[in-house]
Design a protein around this ligand. Structure first.
Ligand code: ZN
Length: 361
């Protein structure tokens, strides 16, 4: 069975509940982009929700919508310029970017990467939230620490490749958008709550989570690239289409190597529904700003892994992700590639990680 989002997403973006498979649309493969609105909503809503049809990106496609909780205050973030003291004991390492979730500007309470609220004191630099004349983008390399994500056939770990891609994308974005903040710039474990809180506290204009996909069908001939947006966020649905279009455009040059990137039925700008018609993935379900999860290629597939091992391809793919971010935040580009996703049961529970999450000290 092809996994729509693979173990990598099951392990790192669906926390905060145990989403179950919800009534999902049956597959109706469409050429991309679809040209006509669905005559009926693609899902059967649960009796407890009343999703209203929405439109995104001017495409005329209707999607369910669910209510969101009130956003937390936009308190910005802090960067630890040196090792700092935690109010609950111990220290936090230099160079961490932490969402401020309380306290005062002089004595901030932050959320640590492992998800603990604590006062921090020491040498800190404040990052104010995005404003009306500002563009702030959060780039989120998936996984990290104990959570390695998926693996290439040669053992290369998703967490390392996506960190490299995210760093490259952040560099590429310098001077092209106002500010860029990475959720992690090293191999550290970060909870979904931490990632969501950082983008929320900064009121990011766009947050992009960088992942690579996995499939047991490692020998299949059709590669796949996809981007997920939230069913509750029309801007996110558009953004997923824009990022998908940019990445697919770049990858299509490798068609002689891995054949058509959009041929796989799991390719496209997608959503995935969980319980009660909400987003399956916790990252999208919990966020209050626009997120896109990019699953740019299958790291588990030998030919795609071989491409991703080439520095030039990593640079090109990171550039395509950056181009997508610029197009989302600075233009009215509508994007393309939206399609109804395959019906999927919930991913099997990820095996527990050894040990416990440890914040860099
Ligand atoms: Zn992943």
């Amino acid at each position: 069975m092809v996994l729509l989002a693979g173990p990598c997403l099951a392990a790192c973006t669906s926390s905060g509940g145990t989403p179950s498979a919800a009534p999902s649309p049956t597959l109706t493969p469409t050429s991309s982009p679809p040209t006509a609105p669905a005559s009926t909503p693609p899902v059967t809503p649960s009796p407890t929700t009343t999703p209203a049809a929405i439109d995104y990106g001017g495409q005329g496609v209707r999607w369910p919508r669910v209510a969101r909780s009130a956003p937390p205050p936009a308190l910005g973030a802090v960067v630890t310029l040196d090792r700092v003291q935690r109010g609950d004991g111990g220290t936090l390492a230099a160079g961490l970017t932490l969402p401020r979730v309380g306290g005062t500007a002089a004595a901030p309470v932050v959320l640590t990467p492992c998800g603990t609220r604590t006062l921090v004191t020491g040498s800190l630099r404040r990052i104010p939230p995005s404003g009306p004349h500002d563009v702030l983008v959060v780039i989120d390399p998936g996984h990290g620490g104990r959570a390695e994500g998926t693996h290439a056939p040669d053992g290369t770990r998703e967490k390392d490749v996506v960190l490299d891609l995210a760093r490259r994308a952040a560099v590429d974005l310098r001077g092209r958008v106002g500010r860029v903040v990475l959720t992690r710039d090293r191999d550290l474990e970060a909870t979904i709550g931490f990632r969501v809180a950082l983008a929320d506290a900064l009121r990011a204009d766009l947050a992009l989570s960088v992942h690579l996909n996995a499939s047991p069908e490692t020998t299949r001939s059709s590669p796949g690239t996809s981007a997920y947006g939230s069913v509750a966020d029309p801007a996110g649905r558009r953004a997923a289409g824009v990022v998908y279009a940019s990445v697919r455009h770049y990858l299509e040059q490798w068609t002689p190597t891995v054949r058509r990137w959009a041929a796989n039925p799991d390719s496209g700008a997608l959503y995935r529904l969980g319980r009660n018609g909400q987003d399956y993935y916790g990252l999208l379900r919990q966020a209050h700003v626009t997120w896109v999860i990019a699953e740019s290629a299958y790291l588990s597939a030998p030919r795609e892994a071989a491409l991703l091992a080439r520095p030039a391809v990593r640079a090109g793919l990171a550039g395509a992700l950056a181009d997508g971010v610029v197009a989302v935040t600075s233009a009215d580009t509508p994007g393309s590639g939206w399609r109804r996703p395959l019906t999927r049961p919930a991913d099997p529970p990820a095996p527990p990680l050894p040990g416990r999450c440890v914040d860099p000290a």
